[in-house]
Write a protein that binds this ligand. Structure first.
Ligand code: SME
Length: 155
């Protein structure tokens, strides 16, 4: 049976530092990629009360919606489209403090105000992206980038 998360209040950095080993422990021994993504997303989403947290998987020329928590989302995103497709194309994490200022941003929900997208690379090829949305402006920064890149590396 899955254990409950143990995260005490603290700075964002402290919370990530507590979360990472718990994600490692929970995913240990499970090889199925969808199951791993699903619980990773649930742990992140509920620790930080994000608005939307989920994966898009690279399938051919598109990103296709994977495990997520939050409101309904767009199911397919083209290469180079939106924040997710751009992070895929540029193979780097994108931190977007105000989604309305990002050219081509895809608004799955009008409530989303800021976003971070972290690509997951295997042997230099993007396999998926982790997308997190917030209802607050500028919710994500370098701390999120560094820790989320460490967290997706667990996959
Ligand atoms: N805003 C994203 C689309 C995905 S949703 O936010 C869940 C983008 O511009 O790629």
């Amino acid at each position: 049976m899955a254990e409950e998360l143990k995260i005490t209040a603290g700075t964002k950095e402290e919370q990530y530092a507590q979360l990472l080993p718990q994600i490692e422990q929970l995913l240990q021994g499970e090889e199925d990629e969808v199951a791993r993504m699903a619980n990773l997303v649930a742990m992140l989403h509920h620790t930080f009360s994000f608005f939307w947290t989920g994966f898009y998987r690279v399938v051919g020329e598109q990103l296709i919606l994977g495990p997520f928590q939050g409101p309904l989302a767009c199911m397919r995103i083209g290469y180079g489209r939106g924040v997710c497709g751009t992070a895929w194309k540029e193979q780097r994490t994108l931190v977007v403090p105000d989604v309305e200022l990002f050219p081509g941003h895809i608004a799955c929900s009008s409530l989303s105000r800021s976003e971070i997208v972290v690509p997951i690379l295997r042997e230099g090829v993007v396999q998926a992206v982790l997308d997190i949305d917030s209802k607050e402006l500028a919710a994500f920064d370098e701390v999120d980038r560094v820790w989320l890149e460490r967290i997706v590396a667990i996959l």
